[in-house]
Design a protein around this ligand. Sequence first.
Ligand SMILES: Nc1ncnc2c1ncn2[C@@H]1O[C@H](COP(=O)(O)OP(=O)(O)OP(=O)(O)O)[C@@H](O)[C@H]1O
Length: 244
Amino acid sequence: MEEIISVKQLSKSYGRLNAVQGLDLSVTQGSVFGLLGANGAGKSTTIECMLGTRKPDAGTVSILGMDPLLQRKQLFENVGVQFQEANYQDKVTVSELCEVTQSLYKNAADYGELLKQFGIFDKAKSMVKELSGGQRQKLFIVLALIPQPKVVFLDELTTGLDAKARREVWKILSDLKEKGLTIFLTSHFMDEVEALCDTICILKRGKAVFYGTVEEAIAGSPYDKFEDAYLWYSDEGVSENENI
Ligand SMILES: Nc1ncnc2c1ncn2[C@@H]1O[C@H](COP(=O)(O)OP(=O)(O)OP(=O)(O)O)[C@@H](O)[C@H]1O
């Protein structure tokens, strides 16, 4: 399988804090890669360095054979990013935001179809600020898919979505993966990771403490449930709340 994302020996510090240390990642075409870790483990810093919005102190990143710091414009024709909410003005309607996004890309998708697929077509004329948290989250995934990207970065994929919506989003992403889309995601939900990810990397204080499949993560831990194994690797502690 073709390697779509390659990260080698990536490091980034903020003053004395080593947010990411010597990280290696490799993501193949048509796979789903999950970057996991507790709050503050270094996931966002890693993604920012990968996308070229933050300059790493050391290491190299290649996405679709391009350097995000040097070939940003070309790269972003083929990369979708689910930005965090704060990046959007909320005094625009859903369709205006989609149209602006569409106008930035040569091969943009029909956003109406995407809104329908994600069940928010009836909100096209609503202000972004009037959407519920879950509807907004769906909109941000739609915006990431408008470029018809080869790779998509989804940060905290289904945070705020209800149980049914999460399943719907998983199904859409699984279908897109079957069509060859490469997906790089972060998530704090281990059921989601189990349902979607082919490969995972668990970060702890900026370092990879596990790299492999969900099955391998379970097998290498003292537990038989993935969430327990994840907590063991990330050292959040299964502790006395084990039976909850
Ligand atoms: N701009 C910054 N200046 C200083 N420290 C920062 C900055 N951004 C992040 N950090 C610190 O770097 C560490 C890694 O943060 P990062 O946001 O990458 O973690 P994360 O895994 O994405 O966390 P979360 O799950 O909470 O989003 C944290 O200790 C954080 O406080």
